[in-house]
Ligand binder design. Sequence first.
Ligand code: NZQ
Ligand code: ZN
Length: 390
Amino acid sequence: MQDFIFNISTKILFGKDQLKNLPGEIKNYGNKVLLVYGRNSIKKIGLYDDIIKLFEKSSIEIFELPGIVPNPRIDKVREGVKIAKENDIDFILAVGGGSTIDSAKLIAVAAKIDSDPWDIVIGKENPKDAIPIASILTLAATGSEMNSGSVITNEETGQKLGWGSEYARPKFALINPEYTYSVSVYQTAAGTCDIMSHTMENYFTLNDGAYLEDRFAESILKTCMKYGPIAIKEPNNYEARANLIWANSWAINGLLNAGKFTDWSVHPMEHELSALRDITHGVGLAILTPYWLEYCLDNERSEKIAEFGYNVFDIEKTESTFEDAKKAIESLREFFISLGIPENLQKEGFKKEDLPIMARNCINNRPKPEINGFKNLKEEDILNIYKMAF
Ligand code: NZQ
Ligand code: ZN
């Protein structure tokens, strides 16, 4: 196990009766709040009205940035920065899923610099400070509420890029599983796959001696596999929604990669899918992951993939680790398909000519011309995986 520092400062307020604590938590930081949210969902579930009423009662001044869309755009961030600067906003509250929280994070740090927010995403400018931010999470998927990362799309350059800074880490997250009852079957499935992908990106490494992290990871995967299907069939099942959303937070907050070297492989490949065709992040991940594992499968890696099969899918051990690994990958694919995920990229509207463009962009958007994850991937490997998934 490698050396590591583990420090998650985000306070979690979890459960059905936490909203009453919101004004008090906000007042620890400020009183002029920019409320960042998506399109209709928070109004439909009544959460928007509840927040506004609470703010009025607590004399919190409210400014609003509605209309964040999935695969959130830089233009909307620019709009938020303008509101924040013109009104001396001293706190940002994101209410929604990952797209909303990711936008709020960039607004928070970009409001403290003079240059364009995109400069932060491309690493031309370093965050030096931030308006404190927090979130009310309404969808179990990205774990953005408890980490320091964010992913933003620039339609002009055709890029969807991740960036991160400790300044952007939310001060607190209010997580009420009931707010996720209204999440559609499609988004519940996509979110479950996203949580599983975060877990697997951290899990699939070689010989790092991080035994404990891998057992944590297997528990998170099993939790998703138990409760994802239940939440799809019974949207108002509190136990299912609660376990899924808590798994979401722990899959990507630093716990699973503590002591490990991880260079995520499927996420950069997926970000090119949603940059080009605006598809749902979790769906893209679920299509690619089994093909990626098939591409990785060789004598060196079969043991780890087989272990995943034994511990997560209860696959029976045979004399052939290689065959067991294949069964593990097939079980994963079957699970994703059982959630309604299409098995290939064509079904998501991709064309053959998209594949080399995405493989090139995937490499061009990285500091190094390869991905050094479970298996090293160069441009031609990425293209091969896209072709398999096509
Ligand atoms: O716009 P509204 O009306 O709010 O609808 C949203 C949106 O259409 C809807 N939704 C959210 N909560 C709901 C709800 N519908 C009904 N009831 C509710 N309670 O769900 C749709 C998707 O929302 P979005 O925020 O886009 O989903 P998600 O949380 O999956 O976020 C995806 C984005 O996060 C990035 C992805 O790349 C993608 O851009 N990621 C961010 C990460 C991070 N910051 O750590 C890591 C991830 O790997 C990921 O890359
Ligand atoms: Zn993800």
